[in-house]
Design a protein around this ligand. Sequence first.
Ligand SMILES: C[S@@+](CC[C@H](N)C(=O)[O-])C[C@H]1O[C@@H](n2cnc3c(N)ncnc32)[C@H](O)[C@@H]1O
Length: 246
Amino acid sequence: MNFHVLTLFPEMIDQSLSHSMIARAQKNKLVNLNCINIRDFAGNKHNHVDDTPYGGGAGMVMQAQPIYDAFQTIKASLFEGTRVVYMTPQGRVFNQKIADELSKEQDLVIVCGHYEGVDERIIDEIVTDEISIGDFVLTGGELGAMIVIDAVSRLIPGVLGKEESFQDESFSNSLLEYPQYTKPANFMDRVVPEVLLSGHHANISKWRHEQSLIRTYNKRPDLLSGSDISAKDKKFIEDYKNNIKK
Ligand SMILES: C[S@@+](CC[C@H](N)C(=O)[O-])C[C@H]1O[C@@H](n2cnc3c(N)ncnc32)[C@H](O)[C@@H]1O
């Protein structure tokens, strides 16, 4: 998958994605990161890419032309219908479902704003999706772009090693993941649940699934409402709730 990031700070993205699994994915050519510096398309001797907002007000707005020109350098290499994401607090709030959806794309263009944001006309002209990483305002889109690239990349087949898996991971089935333990079996008198030491795969699997249900109910009950959990799981949660009340 090719990520094309239009940004004023390409080194920020390059550096932070040059570690661990995403670095390995790039080395193995499963992920290709192409950062394009919008400032290279300033087109003026002072390299300005922003200006004051029409109508007045504080701050500066990124001009449409440099972003458009930066985009033109990659456009010919993109498939018709390639998604162009603008990172913005006004967008759809990013989650695992969106990550999964984007991981099916071959190319993804990500536009990072700065200052007061970008001229609205560049959104109208090239952007297909607006994505937010949460209801707060950052100084720039780069951190959001990195989050999107990281979450999407690890879903691309082959990026996670055999030893890592996202099958039971939090959000993969509307549930949070069960608790995890590793050696030693006893840490400061806190012992690993016996079932995990039993070697009985069916019991371990059942215990983990029930723990996922309990965790999700306790930590993120919002994930359960509207989720497609089975009647059996719903009954398990009802029984659990009734037991707590007793
Ligand atoms: C200071 S923000 C601009 C906020 C804009 N004036 C507004 O109120 O909607 C500068 C840039 O940071 C990025 N940004 C800020 N918060 C973000 C968020 N929650 N999710 C994704 N990108 C964000 C966007 O690219 C935005 O153009």
